[in-house]
Design a protein around this ligand. Structure first.
Ligand code: COA
Length: 210
């Protein structure tokens, strides 16, 4: 697992600022750093305090609820939203073949993502050797404070851990905020994938420098 010793590190982030380690927290679970840590600038305001940790079975119901809630606003674009909602309502199943990372603010789950390592649990439109980011979701009430980017960055970190030269994902132009973020993070269109309930989707790839 990427990161630091078990149960002792908490991360804070500002809208624009660096990750900050606040050592000594007694929080349970295995908490870990997502990206480089830097000294907390004197006087800087902390907008939110986000902790990323590994998924555990007790999170399943909340993660499944969150995944459906995150996609609900796009439901009218899909020809069969109830079917897609049922799919997202089982997001926790991805823990069987991948690694779900959970984001918490003030001990509440606010986001999650599944990292699928090389040769595990991915659709046929991916090269099976590629690590893949799946089901990135952030609660609508907790958006815009860096949680989505942090979860994506954590997947990139894990792909590097797995010594992959690339990382892939599957998204759609209707998911405007997500796609724009991925492009800013260096993902590039690779090929079109089959539509999902009538909505065009494509595979995007990011090259990872050695
Ligand atoms: C996409 C999603 C995960 C982003 O989560 P988030 O926690 O709000 O994202 P962040 O706060 O880390 O912001 C990421 C970037 O998007 C920008 N952003 C966030 N909300 C935005 C909005 N409403 N409008 C425009 N830009 C926005 C941020 O400024 C940030 O920019 P940066 O790349 O320069 O850092 C979230 O909107 C979501 O759950 N969407 C629905 C599900 C989805 O589309 N998942 C992706 C599946 S492929």
């Amino acid at each position: 697992m990427a990161g630091l010793a078990a149960g002792s590190t908490r991360l804070r982030m500002t809208h624009t600022g660096p990750w900050v380690a606040d050592l000594g927290s007694q929080r349970l679970g295995r908490l870990f750093a997502l990206s480089q840590m830097a000294a907390f600038p004197p006087g800087a305001r902390t907008m939110s305090s986000t902790v990323l940790r590994e998924f555990c079975e007790a999170d399943a119901q909340e993660i499944n609820r969150l995944a459906v809630t995150a996609f609900e606003e796009f439901g009218c674009n899909y020809s069969d939203w109830p079917a897609l909602a049922a799919f997202y309502g089982k997001m926790s199943d991805l823990a069987k073949s991948g690694e779900i990372v959970v984001a918490e603010i003030a001990a509440n789950i606010v986001g999650a993502v599944a990292y699928m390592p090389p040769h595990r649990g991915k659709a046929a439109y991916f090269d099976q050797a590629w690590p893949v980011i799946r089901s990135l979701v952030v609660d609508p009430k907790s958006r815009g404070v860096g949680v989505g980017r942090a979860l994506t960055q954590e997947c990139i970190k894990r792909a590097r851990r797995d010594r992959s030269p690339v990382i892939a994902l599957h998204t759609s132009a209707i998911l405007k905020v997500a796609l724009a973020m991925y492009l800013r993070m260096g993902f590039e269109w690779h090929h079109d994938a089959p539509a999902v309930y009538g909505v065009p989707y494509a595979v995007y790839l990011k090259k990872l420098l050695p």
